[in-house]
Each structure stands twice: as C-alpha cells, then as structure tokens.
Design a binder for this molecule. Structure first.
Ligand SMILES: Nc1nc2c(ncn2[C@@H]2O[C@H](COP(=O)(O)OP(=O)(O)OP(=O)(O)O)[C@@H](O)[C@H]2O)c(=O)[nH]1
Length: 656
C-alpha cells in the first residue's frame, strides 16, 4: 500500500472527512424534505450598511481554495466573487485577487488573498444570510507556506482538480495540508468544458489516492460557469462554522501583514474567540507590545471598515505598528490585561535557497538597501543580512523559500522599486565540521573558512522528499534524471493505469538548480513535482572557485558534490567564456578546488571597438555609440582588471 493511502487510512481512523450526519447540518438534516437553494444578495454590501452583528458564528464559513498550479483556483475565486455580487461581472480583470504585477505577468498566485462575500442561502421558505470568507492560495511549491498559513484560518477547503490533468503533485501536498489540519474537504473537478476532460477518471483517482467519495465531487467549469451554482451551497452545508466562543476573551491569529503608504502596517487577522472593536487596546502574545486599534474591517475584497470583527470572522486591523517586523505572522493578539492561552501559530518559514544580491552599479547600494527594506515589509518570508564581496562590493545575502520565490523577489525589486541587481549563484545551507570539533552553517560559499590548520572533517547537506507524478511512459527517463541528481527512490506506485507516482529523497541543491525545467522537458511538460524539506545527510562536498587571471572571484564560488565538480567546473568556465567580452588583454578563466585547477578556458585579447562599423565623420552618431558603450559599462562588474557583464552572473545560476 502506498504511503499516502496508509497515511490517509490512519488519519481517517481518527476522524472522518464526510461522516454524516454532520453536526452543523443537524438543523438541515432534521427535515428530509428540505429544499436547498442559494442565491446571491442583490448587491454587494457597502461599508456603511455592513453590520457584522447579523453574522453569528453559525452563519460564517471560512474556506480556502487549494490546488495544483493552474488548475483554476483564481478563476474559480473570480466566479464566486461575481456570483455573490462582490465584484461586478465582466469587471475586465481576470484573476481579480492576483493583484501584484508579477502575479498578473506570470499568471501565478504568489500571495494568498482573502475576500469576504455575502450570500443568501434558502432553506424551506426562509432565507438565511451567510458571511463567507474565501482565501485564494498560491499553487507553486515555493509558496506552500502561504497555503498552510491560510488553512489555519479555515474550517474547510475546496480541493480543485483539473478534469483533464487529474491529480498532480501539489494536489497531493495540498490535500495532506488540509487533511492534517482537520478541514472538511470538498473536491471540485474543474475545467470540465475541455475536450480532454475525463471527470470519471479524476473521481476514481480521488477515491484511490485520498479515499474521497466520488459522489461528493462537484463538477465545474470556472470558464463557462457550468456547475458553479453548486459550490456555495456545498460550502455552507459541508463546512462547519468556526468553533470559537464569543463569550471568551479576545484571541486573534495574525495571518499576514503589509505596509501601506497611507495607513501604515495593515494586519490580516482571524478572530478565534471574542470580538475586536475599533479603539480597543490590544497586546501581542509574542512581544508583549501594546497597541490601540485605529481601524478594523473586512476585505470585501478591498478594505471596508466595519468598526468590529466578531468571533470567527476574518478581516484587517490597523493598530499603529511602525513596521511589519512588529507584526509577527502566527502571533496571538489579545486585549491588553487579559490572560489568554496563545494559539498554536505556525512553523516559521524555512529558507531553502540563499543568494547574494548586489547593486548593478556599486554607488546604488543605499537605493538597493531602501528597496529591499520596503519590499520585505510586504514579504516577510525573505531573510536579509548585509555582506560584502571583493568582486561585487557591498550587498546582501538573502534567504528565499525557493528559486521561484527568489526570481519573483528580483522581479518585484526591479518593477516596484526600480532597483537593478546582480544575484550570485543560489546556494543551500550546508553544515561543515572542522577538526577542532566546531560546526558552522554556511549560506555563502565564499564564506567557507579555509584554515589549513583547522581542516574540514565532515559536511552535511539538506535533503527534501520529492513527489513526482508522470505519465507511465516517462518513468525510465525520470528515474535516470533522479539518479543523476543523486536521488534515492523511496516509493514507486501508480495513480491509475496511465500515471506513475514516485517519491525520492534528494539533496536540496540538486533540485534548486534547474531540476524542474529538466523534468518538464524530458516529460514533454507532463510531469508534476512537489517537495517538502527533510533531514540533513552527510555528503562529500567541495568548494569550487572560479579564477580570472589567477584571481578568485568570490561571488562566483560554489559548493558542489565532489563527484560533480569536474563537470560543473567545465560548464562554468565555458559559460563565462561565452559571456565575457574580449578585452585588451588575454583572460584565463579557471575552475579550481583548493589549489588544483580542474577546468580552464582562454579568452584571447581584443578590444571591442564599437566604432568599427562607423565609417565617415558623423560625430553625433559616434558620440551616441560611445554613450551606449558607457551605459553598458555601468552594468559591468570589474574584478581585478576584467569587466564581467551582468548576464554572466545570471547564466551561472543555471549550471547544476
Ligand atoms: N478551459 C478552462 N480553462 C480554465 C478554467 N478555469 C481556469 N482556466 C484557465 O486555466 C488557467 C489557470 O487558471 P488560474 O485560475 O490562474 O489557475 P490557478 O490555479 O489560480 O493558478 P496558480 O495561482 O498559478 O496556482 C487560466 O488560463 C484560466 O483561464 C476552466 O474551467 N476551463
């Protein structure tokens, strides 16, 4: 039996996902002839007319939408917002909740977004008004931290699965996140309008992999609107209301925070017990700091002040916090002078990849510092420490949740703050032990101390448990790829007759550099992949230096497995040869382990003469070309006497 089936069965023996009758449905279930009917309220509620006292906990449902990348979460969220009149139909902005420019350009969700909706659900002849909090979550593995945070504020989840692609790796990961959080799970088979949709096959997968009852699955098309009318009734009927006590002292969970130019720090909170009013004095359980609440309200989906948030409600709060550093994600906030038991909170975000960020132009260090400070106000999952490099000058070492997260952070620095940065080869946190018994965690290969008297005696590298789902015909090539990447197979089973499921333990370093792209390319894009972090394993690691005319370039140093060093060294010097322009003198590019050179290339001398093709005497054209060359030079980094263009640093990121 596969691990996920075993885990599923074990967990199910403790509690049931869909055991009926569900207690919160007792008032519906008591009448077998009850007819259910849901309809949107005529209009979205305006701030002035919202009275949250109309929504006791029984009339609140908090749910997330979770799925594999691109299975249609954000599109489904759009349709639900339209259906409830929260946003106008045909608002002309698809994936409404994906607000960041980078989310829109890449078509991915990076930040979980909450939206409060109002919906009337008809039972027999009486209408009941419900307040529904929907949290749209990211699908990509790097942002699964956002998913687990969102689930903490929910009692249920819509597990969206593409009707053609079926269950994929992040479907499995997200299912377990929701299942282990004891949430009611509603399977939604989406994209049934596609010609290749096969909902029956997906139902069978949901049954065999997660033991979900096929008759519980909703069939929808978020594109055409087919089947969407069943979604909100299912949310109301199958997801329990929040369990908190309105009579208990206030306890609220801090879910997220960001900085707004005009309002200051805005916190997203879930009120677990009690109520929060504007003007209340609150304290943080983590820091003991006290604040006065100056504004409170719901996300509808814009900020709508309501003056109060009651038990079970999710919304925002402004309280005079000066920086987002004061707003600790997962903290419990309570009324000052009440004694409470803090909520469990979340595990802190784990940084999987580290990279150096340097200003493209050394004189822009302060500007980059400012840009990073501003951006980390809205993305607290990045760690930042100052560092300096002989090659690149002053810069920062940043920790990210993964490579996509790192890429998104760069893009946001450029787009939102106009910063031009050079990033160094991403590395993972290794542990080294020295002959004197001391152990150090190394996040920057250049910082690996090399004291001949104090030899390295042991090294460890972080590993992950990778889940891969692929069509069966690609099994052979995927096994070869995982073996090349030093993977150890832990499980091999089948999702159904056409698709295989594999679990591998792999060194984190092997997957952060281009693994997913390669996996996609050898499986014609059909592979899906997810990972969770695992323990450290002992490993044979070496530091690989890059030398230009005999001088080591600290920003290009990397740590690799000994068996891979010759190939990686060769690839690095070949790449550099391609990307460094010829200069007035010969440049020798070398890769070395300690004093032993393992790869070498020579770039012969020649100055790039930008005026070479500029015959005749047009001085303005000549000036223009020289100006352009000067601009280009600004984006170069000088190491000793060698100019290295930014692209050379970028290209090195791709060598595995
Ligand atoms: N044919 C069809 N396409 C759909 C449907 N729902 C979503 N799509 C398309 O699928 C693509 C991905 O949709 P999104 O809503 O961005 O998916 P997502 O799961 O939110 O993606 P991430 O946030 O990146 O994880 C978009 O091009 C949508 O237009 C559907 O029901 N039918």
């Amino acid at each position: 039996m596969s691990t996920f089936k075993r885990a599923s069965r074990a967990l199910r023996s403790n509690f049931s996902l869909f055991s009926t009758p569900r207690p919160y449905l007792s008032h519906f279930a008591s009448n077998q002839n009850a007819s259910f009917c849901s309809r949107p309220r005529q209009n979205s509620k305006e701030g002035s007319t919202i009275d949250l006292n109309e929504y006791p906990s029984d009339n609140i449902r908090n749910f997330s939408i979770i799925a594999h990348v691109d299975h249609g979460k954000s599109t489904l969220a759009d349709r639900l917002l339209e259906l409830t009149g929260t946003i106008r139909k045909g608002h002309g902005q698809p994936q409404y909740l994906d607000k960041l420019q980078v989310e829109r350009e890449r078509g991915i969700t990076v930040k979980a977004q909450t939206a409060t909706m109002f919906h009337t659900h008809k039972f027999l002849d009486s209408d009941k008004d419900f307040l529904l909090n929907l949290i749209d979550t990211p699908g990509h593995v790097d942002f699964s931290y956002e998913v687990s945070r969102s689930l903490a504020a929910c009692q249920g989840a819509l597990l969206v699965v593409d009707a053609a692609q079926g269950v994929q790796a992040q479907t499995v990961a997200n299912f377990y996140l929701a299942f282990e959080s004891n949430l009611a799970i509603i399977p939604v088979i989406n994209k049934i309008d596609q010609p290749t949709a096969d909902p029956d096959r997906v139902k069978a997968q949901l049954k065999s992999m997660f033991d979900l009852d096929p008759s519980d699955a909703l069939l929808t098309s978020a594109k055409t609107g087919q089947g969407l009318e069943q979604v909100l009734p299912a949310v109301i009927e199958r997801i329990p209301p929040p369990p908190g006590k309105s009579t208990s002292p206030l306890r609220m969970l801090l879910l997220d925070s960001y900085y707004d130019e005009y309002k200051g720090v805005i916190c997203h909170v879930a009120v677990v017990d009690g109520a929060l009013h504007k003007g209340d004095k609150i304290s943080s359980a983590a820091t003991g700091q006290s604040y006065e609440v100056s504004d409170v309200g719901i996300l509808h989906p814009e900020l709508v002040p309501t003056g109060v948030l009651l038990t079970g409600q999710v919304g925002f709060m402004v309280s005079g916090m000066r920086s987002t550093k004061e707003a600790r994600i997962g903290d419990t906030l309570h009324h000052t002078r009440t004694v409470i038991q803090p909520l469990p909170g979340f595990k802190p975000a784990k940084h999987m990849v580290f990279s150096g960020l340097y200003p493209a132009d050394g004189s822009d260090f302060e500007a980059l510092n400012h840009a990073i400070e501003r951006l980390t106000c809205n993305d607290a999952s990045v760690s930042v420490t100052k560092e300096s490099s002989t090659a690149l000058g002053l810069g920062f070492r940043c920790g990210f949740l993964g490579l996509l997260h790192m890429d998104v952070f760069h893009q946001r620095l450029e787009q939102e703050h106009g910063a031009h940065v050079i990033s160094t080869v991403p590395t993972v946190p290794y542990i080294f032990e020295y002959s004197d018994g001391s152990k150090v965690e190394v996040q920057n290969p250049a910082a690996l101390p090399s004291n001949p008297k104090n030899r390295l005696t042991a090294c460890w590298e972080p590993t992950v448990i990778a889940t891969i789902i692929i069509p069966s015909e690609y099994v052979g090539s995927v096994i070869t790829l995982c073996a090349e990447r030093r993977g150890e197979q832990l499980e091999y089973s089948f999702v159904d007759s056409q698709r295989a499921f594999m679990k591998y333990r792999m060194p984190l370093r092997e997957i952060v550099v281009d693994f997913y792209n390669e996996l996609k390319s050898i499986t014609s894009g059909y592979a899906s992949f997810d990972y969770e972090d695992s323990e450290y394993q002992s490993s044979d690691l070496v530091k690989l230096d890059i030398l230009l005319n005999g001088q080591p370039v600290d920003a290009m140093a990397t740590i690799v497995h000994k068996s891979k060093a010759p190939r990686v060294g060769r690839e690095l010097v070949e790449k550099l040869k391609k990307f460094i322009d010829r200069q007035m003198f010969e440049i020798i590019i070398q890769a070395a382990i300690g004093t032993k050179v393992i790869a070498r290339e020579t770039l012969s001398a020649m100055r790039k003469n930008v005026l070479a093709k500029c015959y005749g005497g047009d001085i303005t054209r000549k000036k223009k070309l020289l100006e352009k060359q000067k601009e280009g030079k600004k984006r170069m980094k000088r190491v000793g006497s060698v100019d290295i263009p930014q692209e050379a640093f970028h290209e090195l990121l791709k060598v595995s």
